[in-house]
Write a protein that binds this ligand. Structure first.
Ligand SMILES: [Zn+2]
Length: 126
Protein backbone atom coordinates (compact mmCIF):
# COMPACT_ATOMS: atom_id res chain seq x y z
CA UNK A 1 0.00 0.00 0.00
CA UNK A 2 1.26 3.46 -0.85
CA UNK A 3 1.10 6.86 0.68
CA UNK A 4 -2.07 8.34 -0.79
CA UNK A 5 -0.55 11.73 -1.71
CA UNK A 6 2.43 10.12 -3.38
CA UNK A 7 0.04 7.77 -5.21
CA UNK A 8 -2.12 10.59 -6.56
CA UNK A 9 0.97 12.50 -7.67
CA UNK A 10 2.10 9.40 -9.61
CA UNK A 11 -1.37 8.83 -11.11
CA UNK A 12 -1.53 12.45 -12.27
CA UNK A 13 1.57 11.76 -14.41
CA UNK A 14 -0.06 8.75 -16.09
CA UNK A 15 -1.80 9.63 -19.36
CA UNK A 16 -3.75 6.38 -19.25
CA UNK A 17 -5.21 6.91 -15.79
CA UNK A 18 -5.94 10.61 -16.37
CA UNK A 19 -8.22 9.72 -19.27
CA UNK A 20 -10.87 8.54 -16.82
CA UNK A 21 -13.19 11.26 -15.56
CA UNK A 22 -16.71 11.39 -14.21
CA UNK A 23 -19.26 12.75 -16.64
CA UNK A 24 -22.41 14.63 -15.82
CA UNK A 25 -24.42 11.40 -15.66
CA UNK A 26 -22.16 9.77 -13.05
CA UNK A 27 -21.92 12.97 -11.01
CA UNK A 28 -25.70 13.17 -10.93
CA UNK A 29 -25.89 9.52 -9.89
CA UNK A 30 -23.53 10.15 -6.96
CA UNK A 31 -25.63 13.11 -5.82
CA UNK A 32 -28.83 11.07 -6.04
CA UNK A 33 -27.44 8.10 -4.14
CA UNK A 34 -25.12 10.07 -1.81
CA UNK A 35 -21.41 9.34 -1.44
CA UNK A 36 -21.75 6.89 1.49
CA UNK A 37 -24.11 4.77 -0.62
CA UNK A 38 -21.67 4.82 -3.55
CA UNK A 39 -18.89 3.72 -1.19
CA UNK A 40 -21.11 0.83 -0.09
CA UNK A 41 -21.34 -0.19 -3.75
CA UNK A 42 -17.56 0.15 -3.95
CA UNK A 43 -17.18 -2.17 -0.97
CA UNK A 44 -19.45 -4.76 -2.58
CA UNK A 45 -17.74 -4.55 -5.96
CA UNK A 46 -14.27 -4.85 -4.45
CA UNK A 47 -15.14 -7.74 -2.17
CA UNK A 48 -16.78 -9.64 -5.04
CA UNK A 49 -14.42 -8.85 -7.91
CA UNK A 50 -11.00 -8.09 -6.41
CA UNK A 51 -10.71 -9.63 -2.96
CA UNK A 52 -10.33 -13.34 -3.88
CA UNK A 53 -6.78 -14.65 -4.27
CA UNK A 54 -7.46 -15.35 -7.95
CA UNK A 55 -10.45 -13.27 -9.12
CA UNK A 56 -12.37 -14.48 -12.18
CA UNK A 57 -11.24 -12.82 -15.46
CA UNK A 58 -8.57 -10.80 -13.71
CA UNK A 59 -7.69 -7.77 -15.80
CA UNK A 60 -11.15 -7.71 -17.38
CA UNK A 61 -13.45 -7.76 -14.35
CA UNK A 62 -13.97 -3.99 -14.26
CA UNK A 63 -16.05 -2.34 -17.01
CA UNK A 64 -14.89 1.13 -18.10
CA UNK A 65 -18.30 2.75 -17.80
CA UNK A 66 -21.79 2.67 -16.24
CA UNK A 67 -20.91 2.91 -12.54
CA UNK A 68 -18.85 5.77 -11.05
CA UNK A 69 -16.90 3.22 -9.00
CA UNK A 70 -15.77 1.42 -12.18
CA UNK A 71 -14.44 4.68 -13.57
CA UNK A 72 -12.77 5.48 -10.24
CA UNK A 73 -11.11 2.06 -10.27
CA UNK A 74 -9.54 2.63 -13.68
CA UNK A 75 -8.50 6.16 -12.78
CA UNK A 76 -6.79 4.94 -9.61
CA UNK A 77 -5.39 1.62 -10.91
CA UNK A 78 -7.53 -0.40 -8.50
CA UNK A 79 -9.30 -2.23 -11.34
CA UNK A 80 -7.56 -5.62 -11.13
CA UNK A 81 -4.99 -7.56 -9.13
CA UNK A 82 -2.25 -6.84 -11.68
CA UNK A 83 -2.75 -3.09 -11.31
CA UNK A 84 -2.99 -3.42 -7.53
CA UNK A 85 0.39 -5.13 -7.54
CA UNK A 86 2.03 -2.73 -9.97
CA UNK A 87 0.66 0.55 -8.56
CA UNK A 88 -0.10 -0.21 -4.94
CA UNK A 89 2.38 -2.94 -4.00
CA UNK A 90 -0.49 -5.26 -3.08
CA UNK A 91 0.69 -8.76 -4.03
CA UNK A 92 -1.67 -10.94 -6.07
CA UNK A 93 -2.24 -14.63 -5.40
CA UNK A 94 -3.52 -13.90 -1.88
CA UNK A 95 -6.95 -12.75 -0.75
CA UNK A 96 -7.11 -9.06 0.12
CA UNK A 97 -6.89 -8.27 3.81
CA UNK A 98 -9.41 -5.98 5.51
CA UNK A 99 -6.70 -3.32 5.70
CA UNK A 100 -6.09 -3.54 1.95
CA UNK A 101 -9.82 -3.31 1.19
CA UNK A 102 -10.06 -0.22 3.44
CA UNK A 103 -7.08 1.31 1.66
CA UNK A 104 -8.69 0.72 -1.77
CA UNK A 105 -11.94 2.30 -0.54
CA UNK A 106 -10.01 5.31 0.70
CA UNK A 107 -8.30 5.70 -2.67
CA UNK A 108 -11.65 5.50 -4.48
CA UNK A 109 -13.29 7.97 -2.09
CA UNK A 110 -10.40 10.40 -2.48
CA UNK A 111 -10.69 10.24 -6.27
CA UNK A 112 -14.49 10.63 -6.28
CA UNK A 113 -14.19 13.69 -4.06
CA UNK A 114 -11.51 15.21 -6.26
CA UNK A 115 -13.77 14.71 -9.30
CA UNK A 116 -16.74 16.23 -7.56
CA UNK A 117 -14.65 19.29 -6.71
CA UNK A 118 -13.38 19.65 -10.28
CA UNK A 119 -16.92 19.34 -11.54
CA UNK A 120 -18.18 22.03 -9.20
CA UNK A 121 -15.40 24.46 -10.00
CA UNK A 122 -16.07 23.96 -13.73
CA UNK A 123 -19.74 24.81 -13.13
CA UNK A 124 -19.01 28.02 -11.24
CA UNK A 125 -16.23 29.21 -13.55
CA UNK A 126 -18.07 28.88 -16.88
ZN1 LIG B 1 -6.10 -3.27 -13.99
Amino acid sequence: MRDIYELFAALSRSKFHCRFKLGEKETRYIRQKSLPKILEHAYELITARLAPAAPANDGRQTPTKNHPVFIAQHATATCCRKCLQKWHNIPHGRPLTKKQVDYILLVIEHWLLSQELTYRSKKTNH
